[in-house]
Ligand binder design. Structure first.
Ligand code: FAD
Length: 413
C-alpha cells in the first residue's frame, strides 16, 4: 500500500485509543479520525463493575481513557455519539449514523462487543440490565436504593465482580449460576471455593445450579425471577453477566461472510491485525487473531485489546511488530485483587500450589514449563510466573511449591 495519509479508527476504547496514541507518538503526520457511538467517548470499561458501582460519585470523566486536551494535542478529530452505521471495506468509507461519510486510506475496526442477554421471557424488562457501557452502570446505580435487592446472573468474572462490588457496598445480592461453583471454568476449584466464600461472607447469597424460567414484573416495580423448579425470588434489579458477543452490524451481509470468523464471531485478522481487505484492520475484543499454530483466538480482556491496538499502529506504520506480551488479566472482587497470566488449566493434573500467606498461588505446569498462574493479593507471584513463561524457563514443580525457595530465585530455572 502507498503512503498512508489518513486513518479512521472506529471504536474509542482500549484498542482504539492505544492505536491512535501510538500512531501519533511514533510520528504519524496524517489525519486521524476517531469515531465512537457512545456519547461519553473514550472511557475504561473495567471500572464499570468495580469503582463505578462502589463509589457513587464516579463519573465517566473519572474513568476517561483520553482527555479532550490530549485529543487536541494529538490532533485527533473525534466524533462521539455518532456511530458507524455502515463500513465499506472496499472503498474504505465509513457512513455515520448521522449520514456523514468519511473516507480514509486505513480503517481500524475496534468496536468491541455487546453484552449477551439470555433468551428468557421477560429479559427485556427495564429492570433486567447488562453491564458493558457507562450508561448501563448508571442505570444500575440509579436503581440501588438503600434497601435494594439485586440478582446477578453469571459465574464469570463480570458476574463475580458485580456481585462482590454490590455486596461490599451493603446491598443484598442473589448470585445466580447455572452450575455448582462460579468461575470453576476459569480458575482452580479450591481457589474458586475460597473466593466465592469470601464474597458470600460479605452478604451475597449464592443460588447455584439454577435454571431461570422467566422474569415477571410485579405491580410494585420489583421483578420476580421464576425458576424451572417453580420457586421464585423478588428483586429490584437483575444484572446479566453472561458474556459478550462481538458486534459488527455496520458490515453488509456479503462482507460479514467474508470478514467474520465463524467460530468466534470476531473479525478475522492475521498477526498484523489486518483483515483480507487492504487497509482495513481490526483490534481488541472484536478481533479474531490468527495464531502461529493456525488457530484463531479472540481475547476479551484489557491488556490484549491495548496490545492489539499498538500492534495495529505498528503494522500501519510498517514497523517491526512489538513483542507479544504474556497474556495477563486481573479481576477485582470486593477486597480481593486477583491476577492471572498465561493459560490457567483448572484441572488438578497440571496444578502446582504454593501455600503463600492467606491465599495459595496456583501455577499451571506442563512438561516442566510454566504456562499459567493465578494469585490473590499477590501480584509479585504472577509477575515471577510471567517471566518464567516468557523465558521458557525449565521449572521444577516441587521447588515451585517450596516456600523456602523464593520465586525470584527460580525465574532463571
Ligand atoms: C464491566 C466490565 C468489566 C471488565 N473488567 C475487566 C478487568 O477487570 N480486567 C480485564 O482485563 N478486562 C476487563 N474487562 C474487559 C475489557 O474492558 C475489554 O476487554 C476491553 O474494554 C476491550 O477493549 P476494546 O477496545 O476491544 O473494546 P470495547 O471496550 O468494547 O470498546 C469498543 C468501543 O467501540 C464502540 N463502538 C461499538 N460499535 C460502534 C460503532 N458501530 N460505531 C462506533 N463505535 C462503536 C463502543 O461504543 C466502545 O466504545 C471488563 C469489561 C467489562 C464490560
Amino acid at each position: 500500500m502507498s503512503q498512508v495519509e489518513s486513518v479512521i479508527v472506529v471504536g474509542a476504547s482500549a484498542a482504539g485509543i492505544s492505536c491512535v496514541r501510538k500512531l501519533r507518538n511514533d510520528g504519524f503526520l496524517g489525519s486521524i479520525t476517531l469515531v465512537d457511538k457512545d456519547q461519553h467517548g473514550a472511557y475504561e470499561r473495567p471500572p464499570l463493575s468495580k469503582q463505578v458501582l462502589l463509589e457513587a460519585d464516579t463519573t465517566h470523566k473519572d474513568i476517561a481513557l483520553i482527555s479532550d486536551d490530549e485529543l487536541t494535542e494529538l490532533d485527533i478529530i473525534a466524533y462521539y455519539g455518532d456511530g458507524a452505521h455502515k463500513v465499506d471495506p472496499t472503498s474504505r468509507t465509513v457512513t455515520l449514523e448521522s449520514g456523514k461519510q468519511l473516507t480514509a486510506d486505513v480503517i481500524v475496526l475496534a468496536t468491541g462487543g455487546e453484552a449477551r442477554r439470555l433468551p428468557i421471557e421477560g429479559a427485556d424488562l427495564p429492570q433486567v440490565l447488562v453491564l458493558r457501557h457507562y450508561e448501563d452502570a448508571l442505570n444500575l446505580r440509579q436503581r440501588l436504593t438503600p434497601d435494594a435487592r439485586v440478582a446477578v446472573i453469571g459465574g464469570g468474572f463480570i458476574g463475580a465482580e458485580t456481585t462482590a462490588s454490590l455486596s461490599k457496598s451493603g446491598f443484598f445480592v442473589y448470585w445466580l449460576d447455572a452450575v455448582e461453583l462460579p468461575m470453576a471454568h476459569l480458575l482452580p476449584q479450591e481457589l474458586c471455593k475460597k473466593i466465592v466464600a469470601n464474597t458470600c461472607a460479605q452478604g451475597a447469597k449464592l443460588v447455584n445450579n439454577c435454571r431461570i424460567k422467566k422474569f415477571i414484573e410485579q405491580a410494585d416495580g420489583q421483578v420476580s425471577i421464576l425458576f424451572e423448579d417453580d420457586t421464585s425470588i423478588e428483586v429490584d434489579a437483575v444484572v446479566m453477566g453472561v458474556g459478550m458477543t462481538p458486534k459488527t452490524p455496520y458490515l453488509s451481509a456479503a462482507t460479514t461472510s467474508k470478514m467474520l470468523n465463524q467460530a468466534t464471531g470476531g473479525i478475522q485478522v492475521n498477526q498484523n491485525q489486518a483483515t483480507e481487505y487492504p487497509g482495513v484492520y481490526a483490534a481488541g475484543d472484536v478481533a479474531a487473531v490468527l495464531q502461529d499454530d493456525g488457530s484463531t483466538v479472540r481475547h476479551e480482556h484489557w491488556q490484549a485489546a491495548q496490545y492489539q491496538g499498538e500492534r495495529t499502529a505498528a503494522a500501519i506504520l510498517n514497523q517491526e511488530l512489538p513483542p507479544e506480551p504474556v497474556d495477563w488479566f486481573w479481576s477485582d472482587q470486593g477486597d480481593l485483587h486477583i491476577e492471572m497470566a498465561g493459560n490457567i488449566l483448572p484441572t488438578q493434573e497440571h496444578l502446582v500450589v504454593r501455600h503463600e500467606g492467606d491465599w495459595p498461588v496456583y501455577f499451571s505446569v506442563v512438561d516442566n514449563q510454566m504456562i499459567g498462574a493465578v494469585s490473590v493479593d499477590n501480584p509479585n507471584a504472577v509477575r515471577a510466573a510471567m517471566r518464567m513463561i516468557k523465558n521458557k524457563v525449565h521449572v521444577d514443580p516441587s521447588r515451585l511449591a517450596d516456600l523456602e525457595i523464593p520465586l525470584r530465585k527460580q525465574m532463571r530455572g
